[in-house]
Design a protein around this ligand. Structure first.
Ligand code: INI
Length: 164
């Protein structure tokens, strides 16, 4: 019979780092609130949560990789807002954030979740940061729990993260 693996959404005992960009802080603060609410409502203890602020989304990957590389976290969530209407280098910032976040996960083998809004304008960003289209920060945090649990299921019992 086939073995089916899924990550459950039980956050108890998990340690999660959140890296959040200050650029467009009006939006990213709401993403952070959504992420923290999601972690708390899924049982992640507040003592298990670390929040690191960075200047902008371009700085998310290095910080995420450094946090993941400590071995002290089951998952890292990256939050940012890149808004096309407000920058000429939208594509560079968004592209580097996406590829760097992916690389941070592959290099460290820790789930690093892409919770970066890439929007045409501020209105779209607000809609997706707790407005009419939900909160990407909330979804990213739920994804972090699922991925942490899935990787634990794949690696099997006895896999442990390093104590700080
Ligand atoms: N950073 C963002 O997170 N969102 C943006 O929309 C943005 N714009 O518009 O430029 C942005 N720029 C800053 C960038 O992330 C770096 O912090 C900066 O280039 C220094 O490395």
């Amino acid at each position: 019979m086939a073995r089916e693996l899924r990550g459950n959404l039980q956050g108890n005992g998990l340690r999660v780092a959140i890296v959040v960009a200050r650029f467009n802080q009006f939006v990213t603060q709401k993403l952070l609130e959504g992420a923290r609410d999601a972690l708390s409502s899924h049982g992640v203890d507040d003592d298990g949560v670390t929040v690191a602020w960075v200047p902008g989304s371009f700085e998310l990957p290095l910080t995420a990789k450094t946090l993941a590389g400590t071995g002290s976290y089951d998952a890292v969530v990256c939050l940012g807002a890149v808004i096309r209407g407000e920058t000429t280098h939208y594509d560079m910032v968004a592209g580097q954030a996406a590829s760097g976040i992916s690389r941070a996960a592959l290099d460290t083998e820790v789930p690093v979740i892409f919770g970066v809004l890439t929007c045409e304008n501020m209105e779209q960003a607000i809609d997706r940061a707790g407005g009419k289209s939900g909160n990407l920060g909330h979804n990213a945090a739920v994804g972090a729990i699922e991925m942490a649990r899935l990787l634990q299921a794949i690696r099997g019992p006895g896999q442990a993260i390093k104590e700080p």
